[in-house]
Write a new protein. Structure first.
Length: 312
């Protein structure tokens, strides 16, 4: 849910009559305008940190405690209930979201979200994904489906660009048996790309996937929507990342077409040691949905339906 969460999740929150908030802090990227957040819902908030209760959103019932302990105490007092009509309504909203999803649209363009989805699909979702900060970070959250705990490492909160590469090195050295993918943007990668030297020196087998759109994509997206496309300080002059990796003796490929993704990903997985894939993606793709800062959670900018989206 939230600023770049699933549209059907945001809609469900705004229409719900009960909100169960377990171990969350109700930050502004999740809530949007607090005055209109979940307006129909009673709110039950459980957190181990007493200072979180009522801090941003007033709870109808706040419980301070360890989540496992509190839930075990509560669940034995509840009778199972079915909410068929409500679940059908959520399914309708989910279907509408799916129809707008770029993954389900045919296009000759090589899009960033599709590249990340393909990495998830061809790796079977196994291993650990580490992201930098930006559009690719949001797409990784949306399209690299996680089924195991502690397998998505990302810089939340203030969002530190340059986090992805060193964090991926740490993840691989801490879990050498795991498959570790660093999904990074071209902007954030440039901030710590000398860590390729660390990969080479210690033969750290991180698979680096650069989502290269030649922009600081998240800021560019705001400039497009809210600043009349005045793209200032967001277009990037990038080095040739493939040549850079080659200079360190790290195998690398550039991927320009969707049909080449599977072969590139499988090749990267077969390499014993570090490897780099430079995905040359659509420069003007957008992370949808988007809730503008301070806006109501239900007032999302959404990806147009397919018949309109292909005109972008």
């Amino acid at each position: 849910m939230g600023m770049h969460g699933e549209a059907y999740c945001n809609t469900a929150i705004q229409e719900a009559d009960l909100l169960l908030a377990f171990g969350m802090r109700f930050d502004d990227r999740v809530t949007g305008n607090l005055a209109t957040y979940a307006p129909k819902a009673k709110k039950l908030h459980i957190d181990i940190d007493a200072s979180e209760i009522h801090k941003n959103v007033r709870a109808d019932l706040g419980i301070v405690g360890d989540l496992k302990t509190v839930l075990n105490q509560l669940l034995v007092q509840l009778e199972p209930l079915q909410h068929g009509d409500w679940m059908e309504q959520i399914d309708e909203w989910r279907d509408d979201t799916a129809k707008r999803d770029i993954i389900h649209q045919k296009s000759d363009r090589f899009l960033a979200a599709q590249a990340i989805y393909d990495i998830w699909k061809f790796t079977g979702g196994e291993g650990i994904v580490v992201t930098d900060v930006g559009q690719h970070q949001m797409w990784a959250a949306q399209y690299f489906h996680l089924e195991k705990p502690h397998t998505h490492i990302t810089s939340g909160g203030l969002g530190t660009m340059g986090f992805g590469m060193p964090a991926a090195i740490g993840a691989k050295m801490g879990r050498p048996e795991a498959e570790v993918w660093a999904i990074v943007g071209d902007g954030g990668f440039q901030m710590t790309m000398p860590e390729l030297g660390t990969l080479a020196e210690h033969r750290v087998g991180v698979k680096v996937a650069i989502i290269n759109n030649h922009f600081l994509g998240m800021v560019r997206q705001w400039q497009e929507f809210f600043y009349e496309e005045r793209f200032h300080a967001t277009p990037l002059v990038n080095p040739d990342f493939v040549k850079l990796a080659d200079a360190y003796g790290i195998p690398a490929r550039r991927v320009n077409e969707r049909d080449a993704v599977e072969d590139a990903v499988q090749w990267a997985r077969s390499v014993d040691g570090p490897v780099l894939l430079d995905f040359d993606v659509e420069a003007h793709d957008i992370v949808y949905p988007m809730v503008p800062a301070g806006a109501d959670l239900h007032n999302m900018i959404r990806r147009p339906m397919p018949e309109r989206s292909m005109t972008r």
